[in-house]
Design a protein. Structure first.
Length: 142
């Protein structure tokens, strides 16, 4: 039986792309290698549009951004969402909650306080990258 996928918020994915030796990068790499990341069209589009912001031009090449997006597109599990979840005070973050619920994810990983303050959604933990890495290290979600 394949392990449950995880939902990773855009801010964590961007951090991983910008700082390849940081905690977010280590975490994302482990899930990329196992092919356990889940996106919806909406969450992927947010990641893609933010990754292409000009403010990142001096940190990450256009070619590297293309590779990152292609890699995620190819390895991800995909779910469709309807946009009917209204649990987060930042309405733009509701899509991540809905993806986690739809995919029956092992966890939602975010550095966004609007999400992490919720702690969990219907039994799915919402954790920071450091907390997720600690859980993985303990083999709790592998």
């Amino acid at each position: 039986m394949k392990a449950k996928p995880v939902v990773i918020d855009t801010n964590v994915l961007i951090s991983a792309a910008l700082s390849p030796s940081g905690v977010p990068a280590k975490l994302v790499k482990s899930f990329v290698l196992s092919g356990r990341i889940v996106f919806s069209e909406e969450t992927y589009d947010e990641f893609s549009s933010r990754l292409w912001l000009p403010k990142f031009d001096r940190y990450i090449s256009r070619e590297r951004r293309k590779m990152i997006l292609l890699d995620f597109s190819n390895i991800a599990e995909w779910v469709e969402i309807k946009g009917d979840i209204k649990l987060c005070r930042d309405v733009d973050d509701n899509k991540f909650l809905e993806v986690a619920l739809k995919a029956n994810a092992a966890m939602l990983i975010s550095g966004d306080r609007d999400l992490t303050v919720l702690k969990q959604v219907e039994g799915i933990p919402i954790v920071t990258p450091a907390e997720a890495l600690a859980l993985i290290t303990k083999q709790k979600y592998v």
